[in-house]
Design a protein around this ligand. Structure first.
Ligand SMILES: [Zn+2]
Length: 93
């Protein structure tokens, strides 16, 4: 049994297609049959499985913290408060 690297085994989708469909797949905006093919590919392709998991994680974070990403002013205010506090500290040593 020779190993053929880089060849899809019995999945009908390629890694490139997984990359294209990852978002739609996570949104369940793909047909059932396509979803099955994608799931099958993810089961046999560690690279794509990791890729889709990473996208899912990023989307979770963005979904939970939309304000933190849209409003950088919070971190700016924190930094200003930090700088103001540092100025008040005696410059001993
Ligand atoms: Zn793949």
């Amino acid at each position: 049994m020779a190993q053929e690297e880089g060849q899809p085994i019995f999945s009908e989708v390629t890694c490139q297609e997984i990359a294209q469909w990852a978002s739609a797949y996570l949104d369940e905006h793909v047909e059932d049959e396509r979803k099955r093919h994608i799931a099958l590919h993810l089961a046999i392709c560690a690279g794509c499985e990791t890729y889709v998991k990473q996208i899912a994680t990023v989307r979770d974070v963005v979904g939970i913290l939309p304000k933190a990403i849209e409003q950088p002013s919070d971190s700016q205010r924190l930094r200003q408060a930090f700088v103001a506090r540092a100025r008040r500290l005696p410059a001993s040593r």
